[in-house]
Write a new protein. Structure first.
Length: 258
């Protein structure tokens, strides 16, 4: 009898994770700094296969919040054969906001990576591959640095920050949180990343999951981390990899201000 009850409970949780939780988008709002009056949206791990009410909710939030800039930190790809998120990203670009992008580990698995880069360029999305740029609003300038995926050991932060004005506030876009300590050494102010999916399937009330694709395990599972002058936010992301299910790890979009 007990085993039947346990089985039934597990089955119900799995049904909840498949049919309900993975569509419950959480909008997280954080003021990281109040010096620049710049609002940004951070999206990660779309793992896009088709547009559902979840993806439509993301678009609605972007329209409601009207951020100055949009950051996407990788894993737009869910299939290795082709890039099917083109028209969804086109809808994001139609909001007429600058979009900055870095690649995630799944993006490198696509059959035609060169075409993916070309498609992003055609969408006028700024792709940062171990490089940096400056964003300006009302005379206020901030560095935006982007690295290739640290999880697959492609990131070169030294190259990415080469030539930056160190007196400016610096935002680092990284797919994986594994770059946190190196970012601290480089005096990065804010690191925005994803990759972990918040565990995707995790235990309630604690920051622990059975599987987290990070050299640090569950240490940087999700949420806010600070050491010294460096702050990192690990976004739980939108989609899923491998299993179309989320349990105690709701999809998330970050609306931040600096």
């Amino acid at each position: 009898m007990i085993f039947r009850l346990i089985f039934a409970l597990i089955f119900l949780i799995l049904l909840y994770g498949y049919f309900i939780e993975r569509f419950l988008v959480q909008k997280t709002k954080i003021a990281f700094n109040n010096s620049f009056n710049i609002k940004f949206a951070h999206i990660t791990d779309l793992h896009f296969s088709r547009e559902t009410k979840r993806e439509r909710r993301i678009l609605a939030i972007l329209k409601e919040e009207s951020p100055d800039i949009i950051f996407i930190t990788g894993d737009v790809v869910n299939y290795r054969e082709e890039f099917v998120a083109y028209f969804y990203l086109k809808k994001i670009k139609e909001l007429e906001k600058p979009v900055y992008f870095v690649f995630g580990n799944w993006d490198y698995k696509i059959k035609d990576f060169k075409k993916l880069k070309t498609d992003l360029k055609n969408l006028e999305i700024t792709v940062l591959e171990d490089e940096n740029t400056v964003y300006t609003k009302n005379g206020q300038k901030v560095n935006i640095v982007g690295v290739n995926d640290p999880y697959t050991k492609r990131a070169n932060l030294k190259k990415a920050v080469s030539g930056i004005d160190k007196s400016l506030y610096t935002i680092l876009l990284s797919h994986s949180p594994d770059i946190f300590y190196e970012s601290k050494e480089k005096s990065i102010n804010l690191v925005l990343c994803g990759h972990t999916h918040g565990g995707q399937i995790k235990f309630p009330f604690i920051k622990f999951a059975l599987f987290v694709p990070s050299r640090y395990g569950s240490r940087f599972l999700c949420g806010l981390f600070r050491e010294g002058n460096t702050t990192m936010y690990v976004n739980r992301g939108i989609g899923e990899s491998r299993l179309p299910i989320r349990i105690f790890a709701r999809p998330e979009i970050l609306i931040g201000t600096i």
